[in-house]
Design a protein around this ligand. Structure first.
Ligand code: UDP
Ligand code: MG
Length: 245
């Protein structure tokens, strides 16, 4: 459940990372995030959202936190999906900017400063995995899904499935999220009137663990979600007040 609480923005940046059974990746990921951000001037935190992992991911995060006080952990009692993990992370953030990325080392944290450079003139900067290191079936299905989504929703986002994104914190406060909607962040935020751009980012093959998505639970579900998003675009309230007395 998202809770409303007074906004605490004492940091520049919150990095939100959904985690589901990523035990082998977490130590390397923390090191990579630190490598990318420690040399910048940003005051930041890293929020790992453990989405009910069945392995010892949560314990590994807790032991990393002993060495690094910038780390926070939100632990779900059971697997609730990536959108829920993002939502819980977003409501906990203390940063004025929020960066999101996957926990499986497929995204490169060194791209976060690159995305932040662009945020000055935008509200959301989306990563675009230009040279994607995934199986051909995943690349192919994702290409089709992006084309269909862009056509139906009249969009030009090349790679909506890329978790690597940077948001101004205030944009996220207006989002009402539903399962699966993390794939539509750019469009949902455009509906709210925010400015979105995209930047090419790196992409690594998954070395440890396995992907949580297949054609059935990604492609077909997101086609149904697309209908909902199209409906939201069409039904968006659109009025201009001429006079109010
Ligand atoms: N993830 C999650 N909850 C889920 C499924 C995935 O938090 O129910 C996390 C996962 O640990 C990873 C990210 O979401 O950090 C993306 O998942 P995955 O790598 O399986 O997706 P893919 O890269 O294959 O699209
Ligand atoms: Mg992945």
């Amino acid at each position: 459940m998202q809770q409303s609480k007074p906004r605490d923005t004492t940091l520049d940046l919150s990095v939100v990372v959904p985690v589901y059974n990523e035990r082998e990746n977490l130590v390397f990921l923390e090191e990579a995030i630190e490598n990318a951000l420690a040399r910048t001037d940003f005051k930041y935190e890293i929020i790992f959202v453990d989405d009910g992992s069945l392995d010892d991911s949560a314990n590994i995060i807790l032991s990393l936190r002993k060495q690094n006080s910038k780390i926070r952990l939100i632990q779900f009692s059971s697997n609730s999906g990536q959108t829920s993990a993002f939502a819980a992370g977003f409501s906990a953030t203390k940063g004025n900017y929020v960066a999101t990325l996957d926990a499986d080392l497929q995204n490169d944290p060194l791209d976060i400063p690159k995305l932040l450079e662009k945020i000055e003139n935008f509200d959301v900067v989306c990563g675009w995995r230009f040279k994607r290191n995934d199986t051909w079936i995943k690349r192919f299905s994702s290409k089709i899904a992006n084309k269909v989504r862009n056509f139906v929703s009249n969009e030009d986002i090349e790679d909506t499935g890329c978790s690597l994104k940077v948001f101004r914190k205030e944009c996220l406060e207006s989002l009402k999220l539903f399962n699966g909607m993390h794939r539509f962040f750019p469009t949902l935020l455009k509906i709210e009137g925010y400015k979105v751009t995209q930047v090419k980012v790196g992409h690594n093959a998954r070395k440890f663990g396995s992907s949580n998505y297949n054609i059935r639970n990604r492609l077909f579900t997101s086609l149904i979600d697309l209908v909902a998003v199209r409906w939201m675009q069409k039904r968006k309230l659109n009025y201009k007040i001429k006079e109010e007395i």
